[in-house]
Design a protein around this ligand. Structure first.
Ligand code: BT5
Length: 324
């Protein structure tokens, strides 16, 4: 099905005036039945579109775009459908959009995870990207998505959801993945131009069945109904304060909260990067957010790769859990 953005744009441009189904069909190169189908689809997603036979359609209300505002997010763009909120916001960033620009999409057709992996983004989930222009050195940026993920865990735990972190920046509930964070940046050697921080959270959508790791949605995990606007608003408030602190103090003040909520702590995992694999006990993270693993009796720090939980077994001693 074609994207409804063209239809939305025509209705938005018409403002209070009605546009007939025939005129919309002509302008969009679609049949009238296809226009009608798009209108129905948009209504199901919360758009209020008034239709009067022979007079046409009028867009009365978009679904709470303003509801996505909060904290850092000063300029909000809300789409019914996008390829990827990352791509849309990266284009805006390159064109000079200010820090705090937020792009939300009800669904994505080319959502991306890390390393170019596909990210399933059907209607019902929370898919957004936030533009940051942190005045820090590029080496500091990899810890930023850890802070974003930690704030998701803390927001959810404040609502009695037993969320945990899977290093580096996944949010899990039980033994299943609820959300993931993806950051992309443009930087020179010693200066960051922009960071686009993208988050995908399964909320009311069915979680994908055949993902690399078991996945779950927030509604299914909790048996409660969540609204994306409230979830994002809570996170934005928390993250706005954390971001300011991160700019002054880096990852250090977040380290202990991160470790306390780390699903992997004290677990036996395998770490893979560039085809190489090491297995060991996870003891925590260091001051830069790198994963600390006890491998062959020695503590080693890892970054950038992929961690897999191998099996549940108790660590050989409590010392494994100690980090300096
Ligand atoms: C992530 O990647 O976890 C980061 C995901 C970021 C998505 C957001 S949505 C808004 C913004 N716009 C985008 O285009 N992206 C960001 P990674 O750790 O690489 O996990 C990807 C893997 O998770 C895939 O290989 C799948 O197996 C699995 N997966 C795909 N869709 C999923 C979903 N909805 N829920 C859970 N797992 C999923």
């Amino acid at each position: 099905m074609t994207s409804p953005e063209g239809l939305l744009e025509l209705l938005s441009r018409a403002g209070d005036r009605r546009v007939s189904g025939a005129a919309l069909a002509r302008a969009l190169g679609l049949s009238r039945a296809a226009v009608h189908k798009q209108v129905d689809g948009l209504r199901r997603r919360g758009y209020r579109i008034d239709g009067v036979s022979r007079l046409g359609y009028r867009l009365e209300k978009r679904p709470a775009a303003a509801g996505f505002r909060g904290g850092l997010a000063r300029s909000v763009f809300h789409f019914a459908e996008l390829g990827s909120t990352q791509d849309d916001l990266k284009a805006r960033a390159s064109a000079g959009a200010p820090e705090g620009t937020l792009v939300v999409a009800d669904c994505q057709t080319r959502g991306r995870g890390r390393l170019g992996r596909p990210w399933k983004s059907p209607v019902g989930g929370l898919w957004y990207s936030l533009l940051l222009r942190p005045p820090v050195r590029p080496e500091a940026v990899p810890a930023l998505p850890l802070v974003a993920a930690l704030d998701w865990v803390l927001s959810l735990r404040a609502e009695q959801v037993p969320a945990r972190l899977k290093w580096p920046n996944d949010v899990w509930c039980g033994e299943k993945k609820l959300a993931g964070v993806l950051t992309e940046m443009s930087a020179e050697t010693d200066r960051v131009s922009w960071v686009v921080l993208g988050v995908g959270m399964n909320v009311a959508n069915p979680a994908p069945r055949r993902a690399r790791v078991p996945a779950v949605s927030l509604n299914a995990a909790t048996g409660r109904k969540w609204t994306r606007e409230d979830l994002l608003k809570n996170w934005l408030e928390r993250f706005t304060a954390s971001y300011r602190r991160f700019l002054k103090e880096g990852f250090v003040p977040f380290r202990s909260a991160y470790e306390e909520n780390l699903l992997l702590k004290g677990r036996w995992v395998s770490f893979e990067m560039a085809g190489a694999r090491r297995s060991g006990w996870v003891s925590g993270v260091d001051n830069a957010g790198r994963l600390l693993m006890r491998v062959d009796g020695e503590s080693q720090a890892y970054e950038g790769g992929e961690v897999r939980l191998l099996r549940l077994k108790p660590p050989p001693s409590a010392d494994i859990l100690k980090t300096e």
